[in-house]
Design a binder for this molecule. Structure first.
Ligand code: GZL
Length: 353
């Protein structure tokens, strides 16, 4: 952003925040308050101007990711952060990116809702010479020079770990593969997390001979997870494993299962229905894992803020960060008979939640 524009903008920010502080009496904004501010203003600040397009606020994982990013790009670290919540709509994110380009920000951070449809707006950012850093999910573009780098999880590895845990469970309990009747409550269709987690389960079901009965999107939300689980129980009477692509869906699914009179747990031989999930962010889900209602959670680490800030620091210093930056993640389970699992020659110890 040109210096003069920036000075004008910061003055605008200060006036707006003074008005707000007079109203709300607090000196720091929570993520939700920042949401309401996001349309008009930037976090008050100097120095490096960062435009952050977040996809939405659909889950506890997303809220933790947003908070981590806002905490990383603060005024006292020399940033002006412009945060825009896409409300789950790619069109809103594209509008946000175009606004950042008009504002001539120094960097664009994009957490894309789904993988397709980004070519033209990322081309506009490239022509404006504004580096784009992808956070969490990926974009499907022919020309990968349209973004500087990406940081996030290996979602298919998360699924492979979960499948390895489920396979170990069947072996410990001498359950025949064909006795596993699993449904997948998927995440947002077309998102990198959903693509990787669904592919990992499909491949494992094929390799192990499990009965993968249905895949339906729960959109990473608790409400949809509950609805989808209730609908699946109306269609099938032999579901014994529910694979949820995030914890919010798992919480909704458990609610629906118990409302239908099912016992949720890890004792399939006794007729219990096993629920497994991804994320490991919210306390309620971790408590469910401690009590065994969620048999296994594959961690998906949302705290990308410090890593993204380190990448911006590298770029400011003229250094070239790695194109793809993966975060390390664990498996959580209170099921004691399984201490560790192996995926592609790598051993992963199970962490007790
Ligand atoms: C994964 C992220 C997913 C989480 C969900 O990195 O994209 O989106 O697993 C979130 O909880 O909604």
């Amino acid at each position: 952003m040109k210096k003069a524009n920036r000075v004008k903008k910061v003055i605008g920010v200060l006036l707006l925040q003074l008005a707000l502080l007079a109203g709300c009496g607090s000196s720091t904004l929570s993520v939700s308050e920042t949401d309401s501010l996001e349309a008009e203003t930037a976090e008050e600040g100097q120095g490096i101007v960062v435009g952050f397009s977040q996809l939405g606020a659909e889950s506890d994982w997303r809220s933790a990711n947003t908070a981590s990013m806002l905490d990383a790009f603060t005024q006292d670290k020399g940033y002006t952060l412009i945060y825009k919540n896409g409300q789950q709509k790619q069109s809103n994110q594209i509008t946000a990116i175009r606004t950042f380009i008009q504002q001539d920000v120094d960097y664009i951070l994009l957490a894309p809702a789904t993988e397709s449809g980004w070519e033209s707006v990322l081309q506009e950012a490239k022509e404006a010479k504004i580096p784009v850093i992808l956070v969490d999910r990926r974009v499907e573009v022919v020309d990968d020079s349209l973004y500087t780098c990406w940081i996030g999880s290996d979602f298919e590895l998360e699924a492979k770990k979960m499948a390895a845990w489920l396979k170990a469970y069947t072996e410990v309990n001498r359950i025949q593969p064909e006795e596993i009747h699993v449904v997948n409550i998927q995440g947002t269709i077309g998102s990198t997390a959903q693509i990787g987690r669904s592919r990992g389960l499909r491949n494992a079901a094929l390799e192990n001979g499990w009965d993968l009965m249905e895949e339906i999107s729960g959109d990473f939300t608790e409400t949809k997870g509950r609805e989808v689980m209730a609908a699946l129980l109306k269609r099938f009477d032999n579901i014994n494993v529910v694979y949820c692509e995030n914890d919010n869906e798992a919480m909704g699914a458990i609610d629906a299962l118990e409302s239908a009179g099912k016992k949720v747990g890890s004792n399939l031989a006794a007729g219990e229905v096993m629920v497994v999930s991804f994320d490991g962010v919210n306390e309620e889900a971790k408590e469910l894992a401690r009590t065994g209602k969620i048999s296994c959670i594959a961690e998906c680490n949302p705290l990308h803020g410090p890593r993204v800030e380190a990448i911006v620091t590298q770029l400011q210093a003229g250094q070239r960060p790695d194109k793809y930056n993966y975060v390390d993640e664990k498996l959580y389970s209170a099921y004691l008979p399984i201490q560790s699992i192996e995926v592609d020659g790598q051993t992963y110890e199970i962490v007790r939640p």
